[in-house]
Design a protein around this ligand. Structure first.
Ligand SMILES: Cc1cc2nc3c(=O)[nH]c(=O)nc-3n(C[C@H](O)[C@H](O)[C@H](O)COP(=O)(O)O)c2cc1C
Length: 258
């Protein structure tokens, strides 16, 4: 486990090595006689790499701190008491681990036969989860699909679609500002093939179960989110790259608290 102490020590070591390592390099031209140009370039590249690594560690540290803070107050009653719609977020990245925990809360597999975190009429599981990634330390911007069975993501399309999603959500700023947007879709047919017209109601009930799980997981992780229902269905489906049998039901921007 990554502790605050370990991150601080790593950060210190990285800084020390790179400070001493690049000491013989001139900051700009003309080149220092002490160290040849190519060696300096190499060290500068190393420094840039180490800085990127440091940023990752900082984000992990922030997330570890948030977990420590919320772990103290993690009874179900506390999570329910603290849940609130949050529409403004800090400009800070989430970690891949946090993203996976949010998605698992919604539809994660909890039994060998396929039972999930949220109930489903007839265990038919009509929901599909996507995540539009914008600012996550170890996930490049793009749209990903969540696969509950393997608890993994696959890339649907590359590139940051948060602004496009915000426009499709009647210009709601929270959708562009969240580090990610979770989009919950449904394949109605999976449930309606058994339950007929009543299956539509069941699908809508189920999306509520899944979204509430995400809400409570976000509180547990010290993150903010808002559940958004006001958007143009066809535009959201197109931006995300859904298959024709999938209909979007919820857009959920998530970000770090300010
Ligand atoms: C089905 C549904 C749709 C919603 N759609 C939006 C929305 O489009 N934009 C938004 O900012 N909030 C949306 N909300 C969040 C509500 O505005 C929010 O839950 C309500 O103001 C109560 O605040 P609370 O969540 O902090 O208790 C929606 C909530 C639900 C349940």
């Amino acid at each position: 486990m990554l502790t605050s102490k370990r991150v601080s020590v790593l950060a210190f070591m990285l800084t020390a090595v790179l400070l001493f390592g690049t000491a013989g390099c001139a900051p700009a031209t003309p080149p220092s006689p002490a160290t040849p140009d190519s060696e300096c370039d190499l060290l500068r590249a190393e420094l840039a790499k180490a800085n990127a690594e440091l940023e990752k560690l900082k984000a992990q540290l922030e997330s570890a701190r948030a977990e420590i803070t919320t772990a103290k107050a993690a009874s179900l009653e506390d999570l329910l008491r603290h849940r609130r719609s949050v529409r403004d977020y800090a400009d800070a990245p989430l970690t891949r681990d946090e993203v996976m925990k949010l998605l698992w809360a919604a539809q994660g597999i909890t039994r060998a036969w396929g039972g999930r975190t949220a109930p489903s009429a007839g265990a038919l599981y009509p929901l599909e989860l996507y995540v539009a990634v914008g600012n996550v330390v170890d996930l490049s911007p793009g749209v990903y699909k969540y696969h509950p069975r393997e608890n993994k993501l696959t890339l649907v399309k590359e590139g940051d679609v948060r602004t496009a999603l915000a426009l499709a959500s009647l210009g709601q700023r929270s959708v562009a500002d969240g580090a990610i947007d979770i989009v919950i879709a449904a394949v109605y047919e999976r449930t309606m093939v058994k339950y007929g017209a009543r299956g539509e109601r069941y699908v809508h009930i189920e999306v509520g179960h899944a979204a509430q799980n995400i809400c409570l997981q976000a509180v547990a992780l010290g993150l903010g989110l808002v559940t958004i229902g006001a958007f143009q269905d066809s535009a959201v489906a197109k931006i995300i790259g859904m298959s024709p049998d999938e209909a979007p039901l919820y857009v959920i921007p998530v970000g770090r608290l300010e």
